[in-house]
Design a binder for this molecule. Structure first.
Ligand code: HMG
Ligand code: MG
Length: 299
């Protein structure tokens, strides 16, 4: 399979990145981050989550963030919604695209959203109905596709079952998440090969946390499997509150660097992207998690 000419990066830093931060981050800083990412040319930015603030306090101000960002036409500003309440709050905040999230592991599903995999899928049915009624697009996530913090190995067939359900209920794209970043290039290829028998490759995305330093290699492996949409996080922000020790998503800057080297188009400006990452890293008071950004700033 030849490599795609174009790749779409889904920027998840403001959500997947910041959700894991214990220190308070102001609405103004979140808005600035989203606006910086818009300016850098990202076409999809996951801005926040409409989840219980008792579970993920940092995402509590998502409606205010949505109210203040500068929306650029053609850019999608998405949010997570775990249940109908989350969907309704998102809709009221002017969100036009949401993401529902399930897991390939029962234990992770319980810890993350307090229900079984099948209960979570049932919970999504009324969300899908409401979304259709209101013309809201829905993306789906499957967590723990290459390993679970509680159960260890996860079979690709388990991932395929959940991905197929999400696709059949109307998710236009299903993002497969290596939540704990233990996946390897070989396991990634096998997993996509198995899942692609149930969901078309053009409707699959990869979401790689970089805990074991394998994420860029796993994205290259996914490109070889015909996958052309990847989630990434500015400055490598983040982790998952329900996957202890998991580090952030692969950094957007590092993925962009690889894609540029392959001559693959993304529409993203590297300099503006690095500047966005430096600014939020300064707010958080730590060095950027992007190797590319660190190398550039050392020059
Ligand atoms: P629950 O406790 O079972 O729910 O949580 P509940 O219905 O019993 O409600 C409990 C309380 O939460 C109630 O308030 C509800 O009103 C409130 P109380 O009566 O106690 O005052 N509540 C809400 N508040 C605001 N927004 C809502 C909402 N729903 C209920 N939408 C629930 C179930 C799903 C709500 C909870 O478990 C939850 O919010 N979980 C979110 C977890 C989360 O956000 N995890 C991180 C995102 S997933 C991720 O990072 C993985 C991903 O990146 C891919 C990968 O890396 O693998 C996507
Ligand atoms: Mg994630």
């Amino acid at each position: 399979m030849s490599l795609p000419n174009k790749v779409r990066l889904v920027e998840v830093g403001p959500r997947d990145g910041l959700q894991n931060e214990a220190q308070p981050i102001s609405v103004a800083d979140k808005v600035r981050l989203v606006d910086d990412l818009t300016a850098a040319g990202l076409s999809y930015i996951e801005v926040g989550s409409f989840v219980s603030p008792k579970w993920v306090p940092q995402m509590g101000g998502s409606a205010e963030v949505f109210a203040q960002i500068q929306r650029k036409p053609g850019v999608t500003y998405g949010a997570l919604a775990p249940n109908l309440r989350g969907f309704e709050d998102a809709l009221a905040a002017g969100v036009r695209e949401i993401a529902v999230f399930a897991a390939a592991s029962e234990s992770f599903s319980q810890r993350n959203i307090n229900c079984s995999i099948s209960e979570s899928l049932e919970r999504f049915v009324p969300i899908m109905e409401q979304a259709r009624e209101h013309g809201v697009s829905v993306r789906g996530y499957v967590s723990c596709v290459l390993g679970c913090p509680y159960e260890g190995q996860i079979k690709p067939e388990q991932v395929a079952v959940v991905a197929r359900e999400l696709h059949q209920m109307g998710c236009y794209e299903v993002s497969l998440g290596d939540t704990i970043g233990t996946g390897t290039a070989g396991a990634t290829r096998k997993m996509f090969d198995v899942v692609a028998a149930h969901v078309p490759r053009a409707q699959l995305a990869g979401h790689f946390h970089d805990t074991y330093g394998q994420a860029v290699a796993n994205i290259y492996a996914s490109l070889l499997e015909g996958i052309a949409v990847f989630d990434s996080s500015i400055a490598g922000l983040g982790g998952c509150p329900y996957a202890k020790g998991a580090s952030g998503n692969v950094s957007t800057e590092d993925v962009l660097y690889m894609l540029q080297g392959l001559g693959i188009e993304t529409g993203i400006d590297m300099e503006l992207l690095i500047a966005a990452g430096q600014r939020i890293s300064a707010v958080l008071g730590r060095p950027s998690g992007s190797r590319v950004a660190r190398a550039r700033s050392a020059q």
